[in-house]
Design a protein. Structure first.
Length: 79
């Protein structure tokens, strides 16, 4: 039995990548169409960004509070 040469391996890889790309394109097209067909009202960009900014600010505040609490706890355990 003959070993496959490098060119046939390269073609197999290229074909596999082409199939993966086609599957991704099909998935992406269906996601886009689902978004277009969604009956819910659109949310303005500014509103989405304001909500994200508020979430990020809240998470940063929670992280800072957790770090401060951990620091105080470590100090009391050393004493």
């Amino acid at each position: 039995m003959q070993k496959p040469d490098d060119s046939s391996c390269s073609r197999a890889v290229a074909m596999s990548e082409a199939h993966q790309a086609a599957a991704y394109n099909q998935w992406l097209a269906s996601e886009i169409q689902a978004s277009i067909d969604d009956p819910r009202p659109n949310i303005p960009h500014e509103e989405v960004m304001a909500e994200l900014d508020a979430s990020i600010t809240a998470m940063a505040a929670n992280a800072a509070l957790a770090a401060l609490t951990k620091k105080k706890l470590a100090k009391t355990q050393r004493a």
